[in-house]
Design a protein around this ligand. Structure first.
Ligand SMILES: Cc1ncc(COP(=O)(O)O)c(C=O)c1O
Length: 403
């Protein structure tokens, strides 16, 4: 086991990770994770526990919850969900009963599996409808307003795993208010961007609840969070779904690390997230100049940390992702609007938040785009490209924007 682990670590140090849903933890966050709390238990809410031994942990949980509540000016925050999908399950189940209707983006429109039939929404027996997505990958607002008024969903869910541009929260608020539908904004990917003010603030635009992961653009330990301005009854319902509904112990060791990441983002978030978006835009333009079919050119490619490329002409998402992996570049295959198969999609999704955290800037995005060109368009030998990736990565080993 230790031998394989070492192989993994050595390989990852020499690889360029461009998975959009991941990040690396700073030494300060790692230090806060490796503590006595790794093996401890808590059930319930701070001050109302079923286990003893939590005198100091309760303080840490309350301090972290309050920090996020103050930052987002929110009346309700819960940091107990152990992941974004668990946060979604808690919120969706608090808002619905089996058979209720919801509206989502649909997988090829960018939603996450937890929004759909195969995930949390399906497990809850919800009646799932999809928004119509236009050629720019955007929700058709007029049709969406009509659909909301006609279907009267319990909630709509905006944002997802492909999130390149802000969502029409304001535009759909009135229709939702008319039929009593809540707006749930899944900020799993863009939580860091929202935190630092570089993406729409869903709550101030009219969303009722933000659900998110704490480990994608927000560089904390893997976990989930729920934030909202909601009435006390719904707050209680969500809390009950988290415990005793979905979790018993909520993996306490995450919390000091989450607070540390919060502090890092308070201090460096503006710089870090600002550079991340600049890099995503720079990479998208460089790839396009190099001959790639980068999605949504007419909208400026991206306003987030992500870039979506249609690689159907290079063999499709599955083959391209494997070829890149063989050259030490890690991405994931991804559906493009209109694709039917998640296993054999036309696209790949790229995220630049991790390499940005290692100090890469716009110039380095050109280098990365050139590596893609050599490998996928010029058919240069994989081993030759891999050598360049290893050399490139040698210069980016330290975590920046870190306490
Ligand atoms: C939009 C969205 N929501 C929820 C999740 C699930 O989050 P987690 O992996 O933290 O459970 C993801 C995962 O990538 C996601 O992209």
């Amino acid at each position: 086991m230790l031998k394989i682990l070492k192989q993994h670590q050595d390989w990852r140090k020499q690889s360029l990770n461009l998975i959009a849903s991941e990040n690396i933890l700073s030494p300060a966050v790692r230090k806060a994770l490796d503590t006595d709390l790794l093996g401890r238990y808590a059930e319930g809410t701070a001050g109302k526990r079923f286990y003893q031994g939590l005198v100091f942990f309760d303080q840490m949980e309350q301090m972290t919850t309050q920090a996020f509540a103050d930052h987002f000016k929110a009346s309700f925050v819960d940091i107990r969900p152990i992941s974004g999908a668990v946060a979604n399950l808690a919120v969706f189940s608090a808002l619905t009963s089996p058979g209720d209707t919801i509206i989502t983006l649909g997988i090829d429109g960018g939603s996450h599996i937890s929004h759909e039939k195969m995930g949390a929404s399906g497990l809850l027996g919800l009646n799932i409808h999809h928004f119509d997505i236009d050629a720019n990958g955007q929700i058709d607002i007029k049709k969406a307003q009509e659909k909301i008024l006609e279907l009267k969903p319990k909630f709509i869910i905006l944002s997802g795993s492909v999130i390149l541009f802000p969502m029409p929260v304001k535009e759909l608020k009135e229709a939702c208010a008319k039929v009593g539908a809540k707006i749930v904004y899944d900020a799993a990917h863009v939580f860091g961007l929202i935190f630092s003010g570089y993406f729409q603030n869903p709550l101030s635009e009219g969303a009722d609840i933000i659900v998110a992961s704490t480990h994608k653009t927000f560089p904390g330990p893997q976990g989930g969070i729920i934030i909202g301005n909601i009435d006390p009854e719904l707050q209680k319902a969500i809390q009950r779904k988290i415990f005793p509904g979905i979790t018993s112990n909520h993996h306490l060791y995450r919390i000091p690390g989450l607070y540390t990441a919060f502090s890092e983002m308070k201090k460096y978030g503006k710089q870090y997230m600002g550079q991340t978006i600049k890099n995503a835009k720079a990479l998208a333009s460089a790839l396009e100049k190099n001959g790639f079919d980068v999605c949504y050119k007419q909208k400026g490619f991206t306003a987030s940390h992500q870039v979506l490329i249609n690689v159907a002409n290079c063999g499709g998402g599955t083959d391209v992702a494997k070829k890149l992996e063989d050259a030490n570049i890690i991405v994931n295959k991804n559906m493009i609007l209109g694709d039917k198969s998640a296993l054999n999609p036309s696209g790949i999704r790229i995220g630049v938040q991790e390499i940005t955290r290692m100090g890469a800037k716009e110039k380095e995005m050109k280098t990365i785009a050139n590596l893609f060109k050599q490998l996928l368009l010029d058919n240069i030998e994989i081993s030759k490209v891999k050598k360049q990736v290893v050399a490139f990565r040698r210069k980016y080993q330290k975590v920046k924007f870190s306490l």
